[in-house]
Design a protein around this ligand. Structure first.
Ligand code: NA7
Length: 508
């Protein structure tokens, strides 16, 4: 097995031996990314201390711990991509880097005293609802945990996916996925290949182009790219945000409504979609002079059907003499090269696989078993479905964060996370105060899922003529994204309402 593949399979960091533990708590949370840390903070602030977070790695941070590739940064503005209940006056730039976001999460974990609640190195192997005990029994590789309520905060961009390309496993050079970057590997002066041209690849390529001998970017589908507004906050501004939090809040509000105003693009409203298409194509024209390269970089689907990327340095990197955009298609991978469909062999020392994540068939769903041995991945065989995007029929006292239909084409996932936190905290209060078990009425779930589908019909995601992980390949339905305004998500899903639930209480 090449060492790259090995690196992909390895646990996130070292794995110190630990005793097998057992514990019973009110709430178990799987994961310590933005969803888990945020929910834990609010549980603790509301006086609930009986909870544990199960984390398979050895540090917190989720996707912001895992994605350490050169150039890793968020493409949503920092003052919006942060919790409203933990504003950070010290954001250095309009868009934060991975390291800055991870430090922000770590600081919250420290200051909110979450460490005693985290079990590191505890990968959930199976979570079973026990109808007699009316508890979730969660087996991990470091012990068994029991809880009244279970929250999956495992994320949808957490398990890398490898492309199904013949020979990938026989590549003899260095190979790793963008989300498992091996920082010990020196790629300077090497011949590097990058498979994929998504949000990760377009951040990686300009960094590689600075000092690799040769970079070959293997593109299957051209992305739309728009300019990235750069802005560094001055020390004076940061002091102002700290002393007058209302000024940072005003920025946050502006950013929120700016993003919200982009939603009509995704509905394909002509005036909106034409405007953003022009912006993107003008960016390409301004940055790429070579007509052949420009043609190959021109997308042939409706903008927004795939994520609109932001970058000022990707196109210029592709114009460098040491960088090639290859659009021939990959035939196979040999021990030393990528062979294209035109029969050309491109020799490589390093192959970076930036092909995204298992986002349509979430691996965690194969490990969660509800009432009557019902497996979550079976319930979701046609794509994720949940009432209020959060609860699932036949899965009592179970909540999923950033699961079905919670992704965004434009906007901050942290807003979605905070909405779900409020919903879940209210639901947990409800069920713990009554010692009740709750699950959504199947009819309510069905009605909700249909209302989401009705809203997604006609959107660029379904009608834009592209292939993306937003749409479930089996059902053809939009299962990853929320097909409405962010504010509408909060209006619908900001509060728990027991009316839509089947509620059972012990001895009744
Ligand atoms: P994405 O956005 O899923 O992008 C994956 C890229 O990999 C995309 O360009 C794919 O091309 C390409 N890909 C996938 N499989 C193959 C094969 N078999 N051959 C060639 N190319 C392939 O993942 P990212 O990590 O970039 O970004 C994930 C999210 O992070 C993003 O949405 C943001 O929310 C942040 P395709 O377009 O499918 O033709």
């Amino acid at each position: 097995m090449p060492d790259g593949t090995q690196a992909l399979m390895d646990a996130r960091t070292g794995s110190p031996a630990r005793p097998i533990a057992h514990a019973e708590v009110e709430v178990l949370i799987i994961g310590t990314g933005f969803s888990g840390i945020g929910l834990a903070t609010m549980l603790r602030r509301s006086g609930r201390h009986s909870f544990l977070m199960l984390e398979r790695a050895w540090s917190i941070g989720g996707t912001w711990r895992d994605n350490t590739y050169p150039g890793a940064a968020c493409d949503i503005q920092s003052h919006l991509y942060s919790y409203s209940f933990r504003p950070n006056p010290e954001w250095s730039h309009l868009y934060a880097t991975q390291a800055e976001i991870l430090a922000y999460l770590q600081q919250i974990s420290d200051e909110e005293e979450l460490a005693p609640h985290i079990v590191f190195g505890a990968e959930v192997l199976e979570a079973n609802w026990d109808d007699e005990r009316r508890r979730w029994i969660v087996k991990t590789d470091s012990g068994e945990y029991v809880a009244k309520a279970l929250v999956s905060a495992a994320g949808h961009l957490s398990d890398p996916t490898l492309p199904d390309i013949p020979g990938l496993d026989r590549f003899g050079g260095k190979l790793f996925h963008s989300a498992r970057w091996d920082s010990s590997h020196r790629w300077e002066q090497q011949r590097v290949g990058v498979i994929g041209t998504g949000a990760s690849a377009i951040q990686i390529v300009p960094e590689l182009a600075k000092s690799a001998a040769q970079v070959t970017v293997f593109q299957r589908t051209a992305p739309y790219i728009v300019p990235r507004k750069e802005y560094e906050y001055s020390k004076a501004e940061q002091r102002m945000f700290a002393r007058l939090p209302g000024t940072a809040q005003a920025i946050r509000d502006d950013l929120f409504w700016d993003n919200e105003a982009r939603f009509p693009q995704r509905r394909g409203v002509p005036a909106f979609i034409d405007q953003i298409t022009k912006v993107s194509l003008a960016h390409l024209e301004a940055q790429v002079a070579d007509p052949d390269l420009r043609e190959r970089l021109t997308p042939h689907y409706a903008i927004g059907c795939k994520r609109i990327l932001i970058s000022n340095d990707y196109y210029p990197a592709l114009c460098q003499a040491n960088v090639e955009l290859n659009t021939d298609g990959i035939e196979r991978i040999t021990p030393g090269a990528v062979e294209t469909r035109t029969g050309r062999e491109i020799d490589l020392d390093l192959l970076v696989v930036a092909t995204g994540f298992e986002a349509t068939d979430l691996p965690i769903a194969h490990r969660i078993v509800g009432r009557d041995n019902h497996l979550l991945s079976d319930h979701w065989s046609d794509g994720g479905r949940a009432f209020a995007c959060t609860t699932v029929t036949r899965f009592p006292n179970f909540f999923v964060m950033l699961g079905p239909n919670t992704g965004l084409g434009a906007g901050s996932m942290i807003y979605m996370v905070e909405t779900q936190i409020a919903y879940i905290c209210e639901a947990i209060d409800y069920l713990l105060e009554r010692d009740a078990d709750i699950e959504p009425d199947p009819e309510a779930e069905e009605e909700y899922v249909e209302s989401i589908h009705a809203r997604s019909v006609g959107s660029v995601w379904l009608s834009g003529g592209c292939h993306s992980w937003y749409v479930h390949p089996g059902s053809g339905r939009l299962t990853a994204l929320w097909p409405d305004f962010m504010s509408q998500f909060r209006a619908e899903n900001g509060h728990f309402n027991p009316e839509h639930y089947l509620v059972s209480v012990a001895n009744t």
